[in-house]
Design a protein. Sequence first.
Length: 202
Amino acid sequence: MILLLVASVSCWVIIIDKAIVLRSISRDVLKFKRLAQSIQDNIEPADFPGFTAAVVETGLDESDDLTGNETRADYRERVERSMRSALAGQVYRLESRVTFLATLGSTCPFIGLFGTVWGIMNSFIGIAASGETTLSVVAPGIAEALSATAMGLVAAIPAVIAFNKINATVKKISKEAQVAIGLVGNNIARMTFGRSLGLGEK
């Protein structure tokens, strides 16, 4: 019971923390997409919110590495690939501790069931020792045993729901950020190949 209580508290700590973080990052990614759509001439990482500034800066750093035999499509793909790599690192951090929720969701019901079986066994041992089978003798042990199953479900159900919700939100964030990265990559390539760098349009 104590183990299940600790698991339940840990689950809610993670859920609350992820809810706050994901809400903030979702806003940043939407702003990232809007800014990427409105870029005209200059791209400044400082203009982008949160972790998206680091993603854009990675792309700009990669864009400075010019080669004379690259087509615009190859150049754009290389810049976007660097930004996607930076994004992957951020997504990995968002997914931290999420697997713990999956572990709780899959194991807590069985831990509760084990507690129920153990409690029922103790009840039968108590019946055998007392030699009585009245409700007053049986009921307390059975009730305590069944409460272990209830505690297991209380810990597991929020964990499973939160795991699915967090995964869906992270995938949505990643998808929106990928769209914005494509827009930024296209603008970087357009501005680079539009300048007089001797590369020309290929």
